[in-house]
Design a protein around this ligand. Structure first.
Ligand code: GLC
Ligand code: MG
Length: 228
């Protein structure tokens, strides 16, 4: 953010999988076209923010496979981490401290383990401020009705995010992609660098709350299903 002289002309916030990155296109046609456009017309006065459910580790491994530009900021692990990406990657400790206020990972793991329908995602998808599962929609709907109350009684405030009809994330309250972007926009405003042009792009459940940010314009990416 210090890279720019004044407020960014545009803040572009893009999800990666199935939004910026088309896994069915080995040529990366659209991604390369976007990269060229960004470098030629936006890089010098705008901010590029990636916003992904992937952990930082998983995002970095995607960068080995797809020609992704280095963003200014990466919101990773469904908004439970924010990192500034210049020469090196620097995590936002203030955000981490804020998320830790009413969060206790052990209690979340203990209470969620009582729901047999919740199948834990692999260890590599679990983070300090993100406990993730696979679950069918009908069970997710029921669990989402009761889990916040159970955890609040134990002093833990959570946000639950359901994506793609299988992924269920339990995150600190106030977190998520929308929470992280709101925090970043406040930070920019406090630094006198607020932009009036904010564009958010995404395709799945964990992107939904980005579209509730009132100052932001949105692009909802969809795909076509062909039935024969
Ligand atoms: C990514 C993460 C996964 C999460 C999902 C939905 O795929 O790896 O843990 O559940 O996004 O947010
Ligand atoms: Mg996506």
């Amino acid at each position: 953010m210090d890279r720019l002289d004044g407020p960014p002309r545009l803040i572009l916030v893009a999800d990666l999988d199935c939004t910026l990155v088309d896994h069915d296109d080995p040529e990366n046609t659209h991604l390369l076209r976007f990269n060229a456009l960004w470098e030629a017309h936006y890089r010098h006065d705008s901010l590029l923010v990636y916003s992904t459910g992937r952990s930082m580790r998983s995002y970095l491994s995607l960068r080995n496979k797809k020609p992704l530009l280095t963003p200014d900021i990466a919101i990773t692990s469904v908004g439970s981490e924010i990192a500034y990406c210049g020469e090196s990657i620097v995590f936002d400790d203030v955000w981490v401290a804020r998320l830790s206020e009413m969060w206790n990972r052990d209690i979340v793991v203990e209470e969620t383990s009582k729901f047999s329908q919740l199948e834990p995602q692999p260890k590599r998808s679990q983070e300090q401020h993100k406990v993730s599962f696979y679950v069918e929609r009908e069970h997710a709907v029921e669990i989402m009705k009761v889990l916040p109350g159970i955890l609040m009684e134990r002093g833990v405030d959570v946000k639950m995010v359901y994506s793609n009809d299988y992924a269920f994330d339990v995150l600190p309250g106030g977190s998520g992609k929308g929470g992280a972007l709101t925090y970043l926009l406040e930070k920019l405003e406090n630094e006198g660098e607020q932009s009036s042009n904010i564009l958010v792009c995404g395709d799945s459940g964990n992107d939904a709350e980005l579209f509730n940010i009132s100052q932001a314009y949105g692009v909802m990416v969809s795909f076509l299903l062909f039935f024969f």
